[in-house]
Write a protein that binds this ligand. Structure first.
Ligand code: NAD
Ligand code: IPM
Ligand code: MN
Length: 357
């Protein structure tokens, strides 16, 4: 196969982790006889510095003109001035919207070798296999009006949480379709006791559930869900929720696996749209430039790209198996290291996975 994969390294640890995922994709191409063209484009804070725009036209065009986009992360203290007119994160939101990737799949699966890396007790962590389906291009992230103004009580900031039936229905349907291929259970998370948005969400969710009677369905309020994820994470299969709740709950759930540095994601749209693949974590400015970031979330995101955008199932599984083997052999970056381990660098971890392939 010949495929074009656009790389968006971005900021902070972004370039360090994306280069390791590229290494692994290069090894996949060699082993399975494919040709992957993997050009990198400027994006995020780096693109603000150079061009004044976090998502330059040429970068967006390259993304739209490829079979899949693999991203590192954007943002950092340099661009965090709260009064700045442009922000790196705006580039990411615009990219997701331009690609139309409304369903963000965030799998939370514990590698056997990492059962002891979680701060939760091993017996709670055992058997956890959750697939978050986070709505990605709606809700309070995009609702209007949003902005700031001066009022009688000083500065005021405002956002609007909005969901319509079409947006709710299409992401719920993705959740049901995925659940059918897994353990057959969907949990929808909302705040229907307080938010009007959530009451519409729940109403539509129940309609979609009625149309998919072969899949088990339940609703859980988001505050209780935050607790259940710690208390009984093994009870969940597919968890579908809105943009903001999904952002927060998936970072929380990452700790079940041992580290935020382990969680990949795939953002998918309607048939024919270009998928966006990224680790769920950010640019980790506190460790950027030290060569110690965990590249596995990005490498596992590359595996998701192989499976969902290039339909290369065996290749995707080979990457996941290579990661499992490297972990089983005891190799750890510092975020998942055990006391007494000598942690490997980001680059060494990439080399190990490529070699295991
Ligand atoms: P973060 O996810 O960057 O980091 C949180 C903590 O997790 C830090 O201690 C960090 O060192 C650690 N961590 C994250 N990824 C790691 C990895 N691969 N290996 C080892 N440790 C890792 O969140 P933050 O510090 O709140 O945000 C930093 C910046 O990243 C902000 O500007 C934020 O907007 C941005 N951000 C971007 C994305 C994205 O591009 N998709 C996602 C989240 C946050
Ligand atoms: C994520 C990030 C982004 C989000 C930010 C950087 C816009 O936290 O991908 O989880 O909130 O979606
Ligand atoms: Mn997030």
């Amino acid at each position: 196969m010949e495929a074009k994969i656009t790389l968006l390294p971005g900021d902070g640890i972004g370039p360090e982790i994306v280069v390791e995922a590229k290494k692994v994709l290069t090894a996949v191409a060699a082993k399975f006889n494919h040709t992957f063209d993997m050009p990198a484009y400027i994006y995020g804070g780096a693109a603000i510095d150079e061009l004044g725009d976090p998502l330059p036209e040429e970068t967006l065009a390259a993304c739209l003109n490829s079979q899949g986009v693999l991203m590192g992360a954007v943002g950092g203290p340099k661009w965090d001035d709260p009064t700045a007119a442009v922000r790196p994160e705006q580039g990411l939101l615009r990219l997701r919207q331009a690609l139309g990737v409304f369903a963000n799949l965030r799998p939370v699966k514990v590698f056997d070798a990492l059962a002891d890396a979680s701060p939760l007790k091993p017996e709670r962590v055992k058997g956890v296999d959750i697939l978050f389906v986070r709505e990605l291009i709606g809700g309070i992230y995009f609702g209007t009006p949003q902005g700031r103004s001066e009022g009688a009580h000083g500065r005021e900031g405002f956002n609007t949480m909005r969901y319509n039936e079409m947006e709710i229905r299409r992401v719920l349907q993705v959740a049901f379709d995925l659940a059918r291929k897994r353990r057959g259970k969907v949990t929808s998370v909302d705040k229907a006791n307080v938010l009007a948005t959530s009451r519409v969400w729940r109403e539509v969710a129940h309609e979609v559930a009625a149309e998919n009677p072969d899949v088990q369905y339940e609703d859980i309020l988001v505050d209780a869900m935050a607790m259940y994820l710690i208390n009984r994470p093994a009870d969940f299969d597919v968890v579908v929720t809105g943009n903001l709740f999904g952002d927060i709950l998936s970072d929380e759930a990452s700790m079940i696996t041992g580290s935020l540095g382990m969680l990949p994601s795939a953002a998918l749209g309607a048939a024919g749209s270009v998928g966006l693949y990224e680790p769920i974590h950010g640019s980790a400015p506190d460790i950027a430039g030290q060569g110690i970031a965990n590249p596995l979330a990005t490498i596992l995101s590359a595996a998701m790209l192989l499976r969902s955008s290039l339909y290369l199932d065996a290749e995707a599984a080979a990457v996941e198996t290579a990661v499992a083997q490297v972990l089983a052999a005891g190799h750890r970056t510092s975020d998942i290291a055990r006391p007494g381990d000598k942690p490997v660098t980001c680059a060494a971890m990439g080399d190990l996975v490529a070699a295991a392939l």
